[in-house]
Design a binder for this molecule. Structure first.
Ligand SMILES: *[C@@H]1O[C@H](CO)[C@@H](O)[C@H](O)[C@H]1NC(C)=O
Length: 287
């Protein structure tokens, strides 16, 4: 495996060449956060969150992640919620050889629990069960989903959607983690921003599990845009955040919390959201 570190503007991207077994890595600093619903936390790491799955409480500070493209202007200030990640290393993929041969399958749950030494009724067992079910769930219409556990499996998943012949390099975007003294919800001012990609964008969400498991989903027919936004916090902290925009919301559930928070109806406007530091977005790199 080649390690190739590339710095792109104010972003450090993780790169992967789209060839099975030939993944070139660069640095990753940025992550993602789509949507909103709490599932079981693994070791108190975080609550997994997904667009369209709940969080009905309009005053819940964790819902302060939605915005429009027009909100991203240098000098503009807005309140944004970023969860604190106490153990960023637990969100990094393990080397393929470390997890090789460990099945990711509900059928094998009893063996997996023995392997990781968790009792059947432990919170960890419940979290693993839920993650495995999520990984095995049927995708929505016109959506492709899958769980990945390494850069190799991430590249294999993405390769199915990005021009197979051109073998573009992959960029993996993550938001930078906030420090332990940063308020989870505070005002941030946009310092600079950059549009990274339009079109084929694969969001992946970290799921509670004993090692890094990401649930990736791709909707071939929808247009998304992804930006990196540098934000200056009121407390002086700086966050380089992934900002993903869903350009067509006409098919979304009208009850989705983002519509109520932003005061728009399905299809009226794009809906964008900032990502937490434990999720990621895969894009083909333009060079
Ligand atoms: C953000 O700033 C506005 C205007 O100064 C203020 O009313 C609001 O309480 C602040 N929000 C947070 C979360 O600090």
């Amino acid at each position: 495996m080649d390690n190739e570190f590339v710095s792109y503007s104010f972003i450090l991207l993780l790169l992967a060449t789209l060839a099975p077994g030939n993944v070139a890595l660069a640095a990753s600093h940025m992550e993602d956060a789509t949507g909103v619903t709490s599932t079981t936390d693994f070791d108190g790491k975080h609550s997994s969150s997904h667009m369209g799955m709940g969080m009905d409480d309009l005053v819940n500070p964790a819902a302060k992640v939605f915005a429009f493209i027009k909100d991203i202007q240098v000098g503009k200030t807005m309140p944004i919620y970023f969860p604190y990640v106490s153990d960023p290393a637990s969100f990094e993929f393990l080397p393929e050889e470390k997890i090789h041969g460990i099945p990711l399958s509900s059928e094998q749950l009893p063996e997996l629990l023995r392997f990781f030494s968790f009792s059947l009724d432990s919170p960890q067992a419940l979290a693993m069960k839920q993650t495995l079910h999520m990984c095995e769930a049927k995708p929505l219409e016109r959506e492709v989903v899958g769980c990945v556990t390494s850069f190799e499996s991430l590249a294999d998943f993405a390769q199915r959607f990005f021009e197979p012949d051109s073998r573009p390099r992959l960029g993996v975007l993550r938001s930078s983690p906030i420090s332990d003294t940063t308020p989870l919800l505070q005002n941030y001012t946009v310092l600079e921003y950059e549009e990274i990609s339009t079109g084929k964008i694969i969001p992946c969400h970290n799921e509670p599990y004993p090692y890094a498991v990401y649930f990736c989903h791709f909707q071939p027919d929808t247009v998304n845009k992804v930006f990196m936004v540098s934000l200056g916090g009121e407390n002086g902290d700086r966050v380089d955040a992934v900002f993903l925009c869903h350009m067509d919301t006409s098919a979304w559930d009208a009850g989705h919390i983002s519509f109520r928070l932003l005061g728009v109806k399905p299809g009226e406007s794009e809906i964008c959201h900032f990502f937490p530091a434990y999720d990621l977005v895969v894009v083909p790199l333009p060079w």
